[in-house]
Ligand binder design. Structure first.
Ligand code: FES
Length: 251
């Protein structure tokens, strides 16, 4: 049975990318355990608005683990303490009466703060625009069905495609590396025959864009894999490295 909890909530407030930030502290009372984390923040904002204060800014959209917008760093973990779940899939029953809950934005040079805990993740869009697509003609649906793909390759490509581009991998990494994101996006196409014709160009272009945008290098700490809400594997990073080296050698 769900019980209500009361706890101390510390949230990061920052007016813009160059502004100095600080924590605001709130005492949250009698929050039902079946309240989602974002609903709890909605309650906070209703209280702030009623008191004539500025609401706390955070990102969200689908609220069902699909869009990757809910980018909150909670008690030292991207998306909080639940494994394989986004912030919007986190419920207050995970916490205890009397807890101190600290909420911060993704901290990475490549993700500047827009306001409070909303960050600009358009760097990911730029990496996708550099090559995370296929432009070859694949024909009609029946043509796609005529291309045989092994069950293993189809399953693996689908696992890679579950990356929602939330940026938790970057936030978790001490180097601010985007390798798990980029490698998942490269892998989902490299594993399928439709993605092969442009595989070399794609790997080179996406890695170059990632480096240009200021993401750090991967040093295999595996923090990204541990914190990814979609359980993406660092085997994808090994695959990206192979794709990239192959493409460079072919040059
Ligand atoms: S709001 Fe869409 S994944 Fe959380």
């Amino acid at each position: 049975m769900d019980t209500n909890i009361s706890f101390t909530l510390k949230v990061w407030r920052q007016n813009g990318p160059q502004a100095k930030g600080h924590f605001d502290t709130f005492e949250m009372k009698d929050i039902p355990g079946d309240t989602s984390f974002l609903e709890m923040l909605d309650i906070l904002n209703e209280q702030l608005i009623e008191a004539g204060k500025e609401p706390f800014v955070f990102d969200h959209d689908c609220r069902e683990g699909i869009c990757g917008m809910c980018s909150l760093y909670i008690n030292g973990h991207p998306h909080g303490p639940a494994q394989g779940a986004t912030t919007c899939q986190l419920y207050m029953r995970r916490f205890h009466d009397g807890d101190v809950i600290t909420v911060e934005p993704w901290r990475s040079a490549a993700f500047p703060v827009i306001k409070d805990c909303m960050v600009d993740r358009s760097a990911f869009d730029k990496i996708i625009a550099a090559g995370g697509y296929t432009s070859v003609r694949t024909g009609q649906a029946q043509d796609a069905n005529a291309i045989l793909i092994s069950k293993e390759a189809a399953d693996e490509a689908m696992d890679c495609a579950t990356c929602i581009g939330c940026g938790a991998c970057v936030a978790a990494c001490k180097n601010g590396s985007a390798m798990l994101f980029v490698s998942s996006k490269v892998s989902q196409l490299a594993l399928l025959p439709q993605g092969r014709p442009e595989a070399a160009r794609r790997a080179k272009a996406m890695v170059a864009k990632m480096e240009e945008l200021g993401f750090g290098n991967c040093t295999n700490t595996r923090a990204c894999e541990a914190e990814c809400p979609k359980n993406e594997s660092i085997a994808n990073i090994a695959r990206l490295n192979r794709e990239f080296i192959k493409a460079k050698l072919a040059d």
